[in-house]
Design a protein around this ligand. Structure first.
Ligand SMILES: *Cc1c(COP(=O)(O)O)cnc(C)c1O
Length: 371
């Protein structure tokens, strides 16, 4: 026991902060359970891995590792600016898009402020809120999704920031263009809105676009309080490198630039992300694999009589009853999924769509555990 009560010295928000629970790492499970060839479907990673173009440039970068990366990420920002047809001055690169969520909060939110997000929303929102000592205002979900009217009604003079994930993790629910458009028109100009589009590439296939799934970047000109975040961690298969970005009004980007670490994105991530952007074949194959896998899982759940929440991401929440027990049972079969009791969903498990083989392994293990 330390003589000093260090927790008492921590800031009030940090004293009650529950740390983020990551998915169980594969080698940890294999070590603890003496299992080989375990399958991890717990962290919404791309089961195909990085594309060949990204892997090639990473290898080429290795002899430059003694040098600091380009702190401004010039080349990647130029590629992103071209892809999205926006000014590079709107872009903030992050060590994962989590970095952007945290930068926005640190730069704009003080302890007297409130941050609004939905029930069952991404676990990082409450963490960054508490870390700056602000008050979290959590609005009830509607059909597992964000209730934008409830979020609007929760806005007060103290509201500085709203987090919206589209689609949401862990529920996989999504908001259509007209609902978001209405929300952005109603929300006061001084309230920053972070639209977290981590799963944009999975959710934006032609059918979904026809159904009204929007690209949040369309509103950047009309709503300067909007910050759209994207990541290379999911469909681009680069979660281990940690790279994501925010797109905002250039003044907001300038403010985020003041608080970020000078070299917050590493050189391998910069190079790999730029290469991944041009590897449209790998992205398309990743999205295709996901769509086929999602279809397989949903029909398997149907056959087993299990309810699942319709998801447009690369993951799906399935109702198994005793989430913790079934999670534990699956571990014994070498399958790691994600319990979501900490998201207020104790009867559900979230499973990431894997390869056809991984999905099959998960379903047959689930059948055994539930038998
Ligand atoms: C995975 C995820 C992110 C992205 O995290 P990175 O830091 O970019 O790896 C952001 N938001 C949501 C909702 C996510 O699920």
């Amino acid at each position: 026991m330390a003589a000093t009560d260090f927790l008492a010295l921590a800031t009030p928000g940090v004293q009650t902060l529950q740390p983020y629970t990551p998915g169980k790492p594969l080698d940890e499970l294999e070590r603890e359970y003496g299992i080989q060839h375990a399958v991890k479907l717990a962290s919404n990673e791309n089961p195909l891995g990085p594309g060949p173009a990204a892997l090639r440039v990473i290898t080429g970068q290795l002899d430059e590792l003694a040098r600091y990366p380009d702190g401004n990420g010039f080349a990647l920002k130029a590629a992103l600016a071209q892809k999205h047809a926006i000014e590079a001055t709107r872009i903030t690169l992050g060590n994962g898009s989590n970095d952007i969520l945290e930068l926005v909060t640190r730069a704009f939110v003080s302890p007297q402020h409130e941050i609004i997000f939905s029930e069952h929303a991404f676990a990082v929102y409450p963490i960054v809120t508490q870390a700056v000592g602000a008050r979290a205002v959590v609005t009830p979900a509607r059909d597992w999704g964000h209730d934008l009217n409830a979020m609007l009604a929760a806005v007060t003079d103290r509201t500085r920031l709203v987090f919206i994930a589209n689609p949401n993790n862990p529920t996989g629910t999504w908001l259509n263009e007209s609902a978001l458009n209405h929300f952005l028109q109603q929300v006061p100009d001084q309230v920053l809105v972070v639209l977290d589009e981590a799963y944009y590439d999975y959710a934006s296939d032609p059918a979904m676009q026809a159904a009204g799934y929007p690209d949040g970047m369309q509103w950047l000109d009309t709503h300067p309080n909007l910050i759209v975040t994207r990541t290379f961690s999911k469909a681009y298969g680069l979660a281990g490198l940690r790279i994501g970005y925010g797109v905002s009004h250039p003044e907001v980007a300038g403010i985020l630039n003041r608080v970020r670490q000078p070299f917050n994105v590493n050189s391998l991530a910069l190079a790999a992300a730029e290469a991944a952007l041009s590897d449209t074949a790998h992205l398309a194959e990743s999205v295709r694999t996901n769509a086929a896998g999602m279809q397989f899982l949903i029909s398997a759940f149907n056959q087993m009589g299990l309810d699942a929440i319709p998801s447009v991401g690369n993951f799906v929440c399935v109702k198994v009853g005793d989430g913790a027990g079934v999670y534990e049972g699956l571990l014994h079969h070498g399958v790691i999924v994600r319990p979501v009791a900490n998201y207020g969903m104790p009867e559900y498990l979230r499973v990431t769509v894997g390869t056809a083989q991984e999905n099959q392994r998960f379903i047959s293990s689930l059948q055994k555990v539930l038998a």
